[in-house]
Design a protein around this ligand. Structure first.
Ligand SMILES: N[C@@H](CCC(=O)N[C@@H](CS)C(=O)NCC(=O)O)C(=O)O
Length: 216
């Protein structure tokens, strides 16, 4: 199975961590923004990463890819089947992909992607507004919601909910957006506990090294 994209994308990282937690091996075909490779565009018609291929089946969108992986390998179960647990898991995936990523993207895109990968200045004011005004209420919600480190958002074991919510925090770390230990200490501990898992940590280490190499 092939994933097209870069783990610097929170959506790609979510798919990679999900597959790892499931014990599914994925080949990553590095694919940057604006890539016109027909093989990638067949999987992702609008050129968004991640794209995905399993033999003659190709699809895009992290949640669609994850639904496929869950269906082809149901164990370990990472999308609960009980009605309420399932609905809550999908809520957290959706919350992460929209509310959390929309805010984090303003920081990551304007501070890293635009200047480093697109060769143009980012909108640093928009990044600042996102960090100082838009992010705190989102973190307030999570502070009321996330469990103690070592516990999980839905049920007794890790699910898609934890993977989806934690993934964009790696992007916040890449732009040195600190989670305040006084106001959001619970979020900080929870996110650290998920991102330090073997399904996430090696990807984040590689991303950090890659970004540091570019700085040099
Ligand atoms: N809903 C999609 C979002 C994918 C997405 O927006 N990916 C970004 C990178 S983080 C992208 O490829 N952007 C390029 C573009 O919009 O042209 C998913 O969950 O996979």
């Amino acid at each position: 199975m092939i994933v097209y994209g870069s783990s610097l994308s929170p959506f790609v990282r979510k798919v990679l961590a999900f597959a790892d937690e499931k014990g599914i091996e994925l080949e990553v075909k590095p694919t940057g923004l604006g890539n016109k490779d027909p093989e990638f565009l067949e999987a992702s018609p609008f050129g968004k990463m991640p794209g995905f291929r399993d033999g003659d089946f190709a699809i895009s969108d992290s949640s669609a890819i994850i639904a496929y992986l869950e269906a082809v390998k149901p164990n370990p179960n990472l999308i609960p089947t009980e009605a309420r647990a399932r609905a809550r898991t999908i809520w957290f995936d959706e919350f992460a992909d929209t509310i959390l990523v929309d805010c984090g993207r303003k920081m990551f895109f304007n501070r890293i992607v635009a200047p480093r990968f697109l060769g143009r200045a980012g909108d640093l004011e928009a990044a600042e507004v996102a960090e100082k005004q838009e992010l705190p209420p989102i973190l307030d919600y999570l502070e009321r919601t996330v469990p103690e480190p070592g516990c999980y958002l839905v049920g007794e074991t890790i699910t898609l909910a934890d993977i989806a919510v934690a993934s964009p925090f790696a992007n916040l770390a890449h732009v040195c957006c600190e989670i305040c230990p006084e106001r959001h200490g619970r979020v900080r501990g929870y996110v650290e506990s998920i991102l330090s898992r073997p399904s996430f940590a090696p990807w984040i280490e590689r991303e950090t090294a890659f970004l540091a190499m570019q700085d040099a």
